[in-house]
Write a protein that binds this ligand. Structure first.
Ligand code: GAR
Length: 203
């Protein structure tokens, strides 16, 4: 079975969805390691629940990226665990070329908007403030440019008249949990091929 690693900074609901699908046999991967840059992140408790090895690895002095030393340590730990795909699940730091080159076409991210609209932070709030009628989420391969890599799949949700940032994000997250499992499954089945800007999905 293919081995994946998950990086997360937040409550870890996407990690939980992947772990649950793997446990139920619906996702043919072994989650070999979960790492976080935030002490006490939800992902650590969830990992304990699913008996997945997990650790807090200090990110270094920067706010939006890992320090070069920290990034090397993340890559080393993932390689040591035999990881072939790194799934970012609410990991709020940019990854740089040395890390991405260690996992070519094998770092995936889930983003809470219909990219290329609303990259960056709190995308559901950006969507609400902009007044769009539809929002959603995107799973893509990670490149050095933020939220701009080849798109694997997207899911759409309506924006409803009385939505708050909280209710819209909750509706998006319900879709994220399904979409991320589907995309990691496609990767595990060897059905994704990056062709320049786009991703070909074979039957
Ligand atoms: C998710 O909505 C994910 O799309 C978003 O953070 C949330 C993490 O939730 N990621 C980004 O904004 C990345 N730029 P989770 O910790 O419950 O999975």
């Amino acid at each position: 079975m293919k081995r994946i690693g998950v990086l997360g900074s937040g409550k870890g609901s996407n990690f939980g969805a992947l772990a649950e699908a793997a446990r139920e046999g619906k996702l043919p991967v072994k989650i070999a390691l979960a790492l976080t840059d935030v002490p006490g992140a939800g992902i650590l408790d969830l990992a304990a629940k699913y008996r997945i090895p997990a650790d807090y690895v200090p990110p270094g002095a920067f706010r939006t990226k890992l320090s070069p030393e920290a990034e090397r340590e993340y890559a080393r730990r993932l390689k040591e665990a035999g990881v072939e795909l790194v799934a970012l699940a609410g990991f709020m730091r940019m990854l740089k070329p040395p890390f991405l080159e260690a996992f070519p076409d094998a770092v995936m991210n889930i983003h809470p908007s219909l990219l290329p609209a609303f990259p960056g932070l709190e995308s559901w709030k950006q969507a609400l403030d902009y007044g769009v009628r539809f929002a959603g989420c995107t799973v893509h391969f990670v490149t050095p440019e933020m939220d701009a890599g080849p798109i694997i799949a997207q899911a759409v949700v309506p924006v409803l008249p009385h939505d708050t940032p909280y209710t819209l994000h909750a509706r998006i997250q319900a879709q994220e949990h399904k979409l991320y499992v589907e995309c990691v499954k496609l990767w595990a089945e060897g059905r994704l091929r990056v062709e320049g800007r786009t991703v070909a999905v074979s039957a």
